[in-house]
Structure formats: C-alpha cells, structure tokens
Ligand binder design. Sequence first.
Ligand code: MLT
Length: 214
Amino acid sequence: METGTLSFVHQFVAAREAGAPTLLLLHGTGGNEHDLLGLGRALHPGAALLSPRGQVLERGMPRFFRRLAEGVFDQDDLRRRTDDLAAFVDGACAAYQLDARQVIAVGFSNGANIAASLLLRHPSVLAGAVLFHAMVPFEPDRSPDLRGVPVFLGAGRFDQMVAPAQTERLAELLGQAGAAVTLHWEPGGHALSPAEVRAATGWLLEHAPRVRNP
Ligand code: MLT
C-alpha cells in the first residue's frame, strides 16, 4: 500500500491484543515490506505490524539509505531518509490510530542501521528497539536523550559485515544517551539465528508492555 502522506510502500497488520505495541519492521538490503512480517509475529503475537519498504535501490535491491561502499554510508542521504522514516511513522500512527508512544523498531542489518539512526536523530519516535546486526550509523555531535528507552542489540561474534567493535561502540553510544541496552552475542555471523530470535522474544515480553510516557 502507498498513500499520500504515507510515502513508503508498506504493509500494515492490525494488533490482535488491545494495548499491544506496534512493531516497526525494517528489512535488510534486498528485502521488502513482506520479509519481516513472520519475524514480527513470532516476536510479539499480539502486536500491530508496520513494515515499510526501503526507498533506495542498489542494483535493484531495496535499502533504507544509500551507501558509498560496504559499511560506508552516505551521511546526507542517511539524514534525509531518517527524517522521512520518522515522518512516515508519525503519519502511520495517525492514519491507523496507533499509540505513537508504543512504537518499537525491529530491524535487521540495513534496517537495524536506520533504526539506530532514528534513535540517535529522533529520540522521541521509538519506545524501544530490537536491532539485529546493527552498525554505528553516525557519531552524533550531541548525545540524544534516550532515557528509559530499552534497546536489544543482537550481534554475531564472527559477523564479517559488523565488527564486534562496531556493536560495542553502538551499545556505548546508546548507553551514554540513557538507553537501557541489552547486548546479546551469538557465536555466528551476519545471519539471524533462531537463538537470537528467542532471546529477543523474551526481551520483548519483558519490555514491550512498558509505555515510555504513560
Ligand atoms: C547491509 O547488509 O545492508 C550492510 O551490512 C549494512 C548497511 O549497509 O546498512
């Protein structure tokens, strides 16, 4: 679906439980708006699912922002696309009558990177985030206020795209901003593992019912 103010092609699935959060599902490079619906359902069976498709095409593969090389991001584009995503979340909350204080991002790889950028650049948009295999999207000039925002970071010790030092730096940046960071390491690489999904499911069970500004 694509509509005027909701400028991203996206899927929306209504919540199955009253008061459940909305999971903002952000796919990896080459994915689309359908990719993470099953993951979202597994992570939180009652949640509403809002799943946009990245608007950048790299050799035909959708992404959420441009990169100059692997791991080297086009910062102007990242800034603009992060603002666009924040506006989309705002618009979707109004259009689908979602509680804007209960949007939790779930991102993988490139999707996790734009979710991290959203946390650092628009700290009031997300009530929490599950970031699978994320990198540092940029070093902020000023630390944002993420007090009370829970963040799950899932990472692989042998991830060839995301060096452990990147994960640790992201955890540090988010922690310095006041986020409550849970860092979960897997013994594998860049792929999402079932154990990681199980860990994130347990984490969500604990953190999702909490509303940031009741
Ligand atoms: C990717 O797979 O998309 C990269 O590792 C992360 C990115 O470019 O954002």
